[in-house]
Design a protein around this ligand. Structure first.
Ligand SMILES: *Cc1c(COP(=O)(O)O)cnc(C)c1O
Length: 415
């Protein structure tokens, strides 16, 4: 049975418990009413008030009051994720984009400046490049964060947030979290302001990389992807200090209404139980497929941080959290062909599904054509159109055979 010790992350002999054990036991417990060894889904909008409710703070997230203020299934998942990320607390909201927007709107005020990676999830780009500057008077600068010097050069006295996505979606650029956090915090000491470093860790998950251990202040994950892992629920998490999660709950959860539903929190909590097993398989399979693709003459380029040919491979290696960590399940590649050639290849795939998203059990491929609004920010090899392949949990050999078969069926040399 899950004892209090386990909830403190230690075993009977005082030693810390491993990632796999915590993934299973945290966020679960015995249901007090039925004795069930799985906590139930609590589907209720409201909770019974005390005899005299006049002392209640109606914006509080600490008591069961109204589901938008926080609910049991959300809190179970938050307990687990804070521990896996290595932070004091975590707040789970409705989607990855909800937690990005929550971070930006909670920690940036009119007149503040933010720096962000030149490749980020599209909504992060639109929020920081357009919506926040135009509507809320926030100054922002886009930099190639794969070179920390670019971040140093862009810092201003009013810089309050540096947001990096690594590996970046979809170019797989890797940024040196440790170097960036060190120089940003040093700048903060000089200017006497607190400048926060937030890292979108969706591609890595805490199994592969723990940004907090490398000096980041805030970790963001789209739970929709690997942490849920089954492609059937949206969610997002921000892992950081309790003081900051309180501020986020007040702004983004209670007053902007970004709460996750109890059902989605329950699904993600259940999916996350197998995170270590799944990530090891994603890591191994993606590396094998990336290497295979590199050996094919009609493949113009492959971008995967686990390949020695990746420009930031050494940084990616230096960031790994544990001996069996790897480089995630997503890679990008392009064929030596045009728009139609890329689409013809996809039409011949049998196992790999053409759909957006990543971190699902099944492999997903998406052709990102030449009309992406951020095209100008991508490395040149991406300009002729490319694929983002999210390697799933199918047998690696079946995936490789599916790719080879589709290549030859659509007229490309495989050898
Ligand atoms: C998908 C994704 C997001 C957005 O998450 P949603 O749950 O779809 O809102 C944010 N960052 C990265 C890196 C992603 O891949």
């Amino acid at each position: 049975m899950t004892s209090d010790l386990v909830h403190h992350g230690t075993s009977f002999d005082g030693k810390p418990l491993g990632f796999g054990t915590l993934s299973i036991h945290l966020g679960n417990g015995v249901d007090a009413e039925t004795g069930a060894i799985r906590r139930p889904i609590t589907l209720a909008n409201a909770y019974a008030l005390p005899y005299d409710p006049s002392d209640i703070n109606w914006s509080s997230s600490d008591v069961n009051l109204y589901t938008r203020n926080g609910h049991p299934n959300q809190r179970y998942l938050e307990e687990k994720l804070a521990r896996l990320e290595g932070t004091e607390d975590a707040v789970v909201l409705a989607s990855g984009v909800a937690v990005l927007a929550a971070t930006f709107t909670t920690f940036l005020n009119r007149g503040d400046h933010a720096i962000f990676s030149d490749t980020t999830y599209i909504a992060a780009y639109r929020l920081l490049n357009q919506i926040l500057p135009e509507k809320y008077g926030i100054e922002t600068t886009i930099v190639d964060t794969s070179d920390p010097q670019n971040v140093a050069d862009a810092l201003r006295p009013n810089t309050k947030l540096v947001h990096i996505e690594t590996p970046a979606n979809p170019t797989l650029k890797v940024s040196d979290i440790k170097a960036i956090a060190a120089l940003v915090h040093e700048h903060g000491e000089h200017t006497g302001t607190e400048t926060l470093v937030s890292v979108d860790n969706t591609f890595n998950t805490p199994y592969n990389v723990r940004p907090i251990d490398l000096g980041a202040d805030i970790v963001i994950e789209s739970l929709t992807k690997y942490i849920n892992g089954h492609g059937d629920a949206l969610g997002g998490v921000i892992a950081t200090t309790k003081e900051r999660t309180n501020a986020i709950r007040f702004t983004a959860q209670v007053n902007f209404g970004g709460i996750i539903s109890p059902f989605n929190a329950w699904l993600i909590n259940r999916g996350s139980v197998t995170l270590p097993l799944r990530i090891r398989q994603h890591n191994a399979s993606a590396l094998a497929i990336a290497k295979h693709l590199e050996s094919i003459p009609s493949v113009r380029f492959v971008a995967y941080p686990g390949l020695e040919s990746h420009p930031h491979h050494d940084v990616a290696v230096s960031e790994l959290a544990r001996p069996d960590s790897g480089f995630g399940g997503v890679l990008a590649f392009g064929l030596d062909t045009d728009h139609d050639g890329h689409n013809r290849f996809v039409s011949k795939l049998n196992v790999i599904t053409s759909a957006v998203s990543l971190g699902h059990d099944e492999s997903l491929i998406v052709f990102l054509g030449e009309d992406d609004e951020r095209q100008y920010l991508y490395p040149p090899e991406f300009h002729r159109g490319f694929f983002r392949l999210a390697v799933g949990l199918e047998d690696t050999d079946d995936l490789i055979r599916d790719i080879d078969h589709a290549l030859s069926e659509s007229g490309f040399a495989v050898q």
